[in-house]
Design a protein around this ligand. Sequence first.
Ligand code: MG
Ligand code: MG
Length: 248
Amino acid sequence: MVLRKTATQIALMRRAGAVVAEMHEACTRAAVPGATTADLDRAARDVLDRRNARSNFLGYHGFPAVACVSPNEVIVHGIPGPRVLEAGDIVSIDCGAIIEGWHADAAITVPVGEVDAESQRLMDVTRAALESAIAATFAGNRLGDIGAAAEREVASAGFGVVREYVGHGIGTAMHEEPEVPNYGPPGRGLRLRAGIVLAIEPMVTAGRSATRTLDDGWTVVTADGSRAAHFEHTVAITDDGPTVLTLP
Ligand code: MG
Ligand code: MG
């Protein structure tokens, strides 16, 4: 069942979302050549502590950190650790926060130092796919319109949309119904209504979109070793259209 949220509940999710945006800012500042992926997790954790927010990532099915930190060929679910970021890398940071029981979840991909034009284009197209998907997230539209908008953006750029991992409803749990694919035909699926809150999160690969999970059981990489980018926002549908909750 897809639960609709009240304005008060959405306001709490917006507070959690502001914490997530601040975590992203801290991680972006920390993503310099020579930093480890663990350094980015520490930066995110400091923000949670400062804002008295809880993490919805730490302990999730045993996940050991507050942020997924996913460089280059890692698409999602990278475990922060000793891997050193180098100039020219790109790195995705996916994290969330809980305020008074209400969740927010968002992801960004940022450059480490100067990156090549193709990596920049990959990030730009993924961000544009998220923006197009959000623009399709309004009452009266259907769930399929969101994924179709994202896929259209990615396909026209010649990149691949990851199909094994999708967005989701969000509220008092990080992952609620419905699933929100980043692909598929428009005009199908759940009718969107005010009060529905979705985490929309296209994952885009520079090469083929096939994925592989490493032996740690978490780290999802591109099967062909190509780079991937990931942008996500938590978005509430209001009577006035979509509103992004994970902004500063
Ligand atoms: Mg996320
Ligand atoms: Mg998510």
